[in-house]
Design a binder for this molecule. Sequence first.
Ligand code: MOS
Length: 705
Amino acid sequence: MSTTQDQPPTRTARPIQAREMGRPVVRRDGRAKVTGTATYAAEHRQDALHAVVVQSTIARGRITALVSAQALAHPGVVAVLDHTNAGRLADTSDRELAVLQDDRVGFRGQVVAVVLAETLEAAREGAALVKVSYAAEQHRAELREQDATDTPEKVNAGYPTDTDQGDVDRAMAEAAVTVEQTYSTPYLHNNPMEPHATLALWDEGAEQPLVLHDSTQGVHPVAKTIAPLFGLEPAQVQVLAPYVGGGFGSKGLPHCHEVVATLAAQAVPGRAVKLVLTRQQLFALAGYRTATISRMRLGADAEGRLTAVGHEVLEQTSAIKEFAEQTATISRMMYAGEHRRTSHRLARLDVAVPSWMRAPGEMPGAHALEVAMDELAVAAGIDPVELRVRNDQPEHPEEGTPWNHRRLVDCLHRGAASFGWGGRAAEPRATLDGDWWVGTGVASATYPTYVMPGNQARVVALEDGRFRVEVGAVDIGTGASTVLAQIAADALDVPMTCVDLAIGSTDLPRATVAGGSAGTSSWGGAIAAAAEQLREDHGEHPSPGAESTAGGQADPRQQDHAMHSFGAVFAEVRVHRWTGELRVARLHGAYSVGRIVNPVLARSQFLGALTMGLSSALFEASVRDPRFGHVVTQDLASYHVASHADVRDLSVEWVDEEDTIATPMGSRGIGEIGIVGTSAAIANAAHHATGVRVRSLPVTADRFL
Ligand code: MOS
């Protein structure tokens, strides 16, 4: 078979023997990062022009006049682009990306102009001098239950919006114990350390007219999305992202700043343009987690065995582009129960476009389901760990398929033993230590196992038994580049020191996004496939220069299995009896995620996600002012994230496991599961400490007074 770069053979690689995998190798990029030599997107091209965006001050309406004369007169300002003079996009169907194309305003904070200048200061001053007049129209920017009536096309990740089996109403009526409550989670914003930044260079005559240094979770996905907007083929766009300072989903899909930077670069051909969003601008332009309202119904028999599971979700999207968080999907698979119904309904508001944020769907959904399970445990008089064990399910409760590995019960038992769950008081408000009420809580966690199609890798034999391994993956700070080198070494059966790994560029074989906790699984599968292909093409000892490219293919057995990881989170909280101050004294997570490729980096991933879960439990909430339509808490002074002093005793453990259905490495994804259920474990512990049930996040001090 001939092997071209565009159509390499695809294969499901055989399981790889672990030699380097499993070792606590330190980050390959650690030294470059801590010594400041790692180059991030905005650190290239010191000769670049600086771009600063002007954002709309109305939530809905039209621009009636945009005057840039004063801005253009400011020293250093080179150009001002708006909808009257920016280049025309070849496709304007995606209204988040179709910026500077017409006079319509769909949300407050939308980009209405961009100022280019020789210095950042001049660009900022220029942006302040652009005068925009609007004809404002009536807008809607408040999520009200009565407005969330639209059924989305589908929910994120392609799940159906609704499921219905049996008769939930009847099962609820006949149940010995029931819980019927509403839970809510607020708007949440990703705040990666490195803000979104794009450096664009347009050169009409070049083979690749567009070059982007981009802070992104996926170089090839950016090329694929941006190219057609500018009438280019993806291969005509070069995207580079050797280092990225976090993303959490907000850099998973291109947002409008990549388009703005490219339009700006088009206006000054041959000159690089640098666009760095400010922290404040991220709150309107880089996606966010929508607020959710979950109406939960649980019915069980006297022993706590679920008979009915109902999860009705009300949430919002932007009127200009639909994004529906898959909040109820976790309730479709977590526990037993014959009668089940789930649904998602949207209010379409004149607000910024929501998008991915770590464990979209599972995070808010688990909060609702796992607090409801705690309420059921209390109502039935059953220990919350035991209640979850009793509702373990040997197959997917709605689809009837077997699990790849379902070791939730192991996680609950091991986690309970490590945490010291035994001997817990059955009644809430039982332990007062000085002025602090003390309590413990638990929640289950899960995350789907995705292996994305369309990943390719190339392996080239070098001198001295070394290999160059290429894949267009991106390491957003997870340690992916280290882990991929370990995988490549084992796939090629050489020590890790013999592997030169190249990632972070569209010059390398096509790869999918660092998202869905699927990066390592998907890219690693492609590397394993390419290593096998090399052996097939060139024998056991390929001579220097021999190379093979192959695409990874998920194991076909995944079609007949419900692919998930599982975990259990345990929290101990202390609530001050007079002030209501809540402190998470301990947090422990026990996980079943397949083989751990690198225990040091895996531990960091889990601790990071647990911290993000703690942060969402206690602090994080974006406050939108419906009168104006924007988020007012748009900086880290008013959008609080957990700081060091908030994070005390965190620990994680995992069960020894190898999942050969999931990947040739035996591993599954680990990026997101740590944020799933964590807020519920903390809210449940707060109830155990105080007897006060908090159903809406964040769990703030005033709830206990
Ligand atoms: Mo993650 S929210 O899939 O980048």
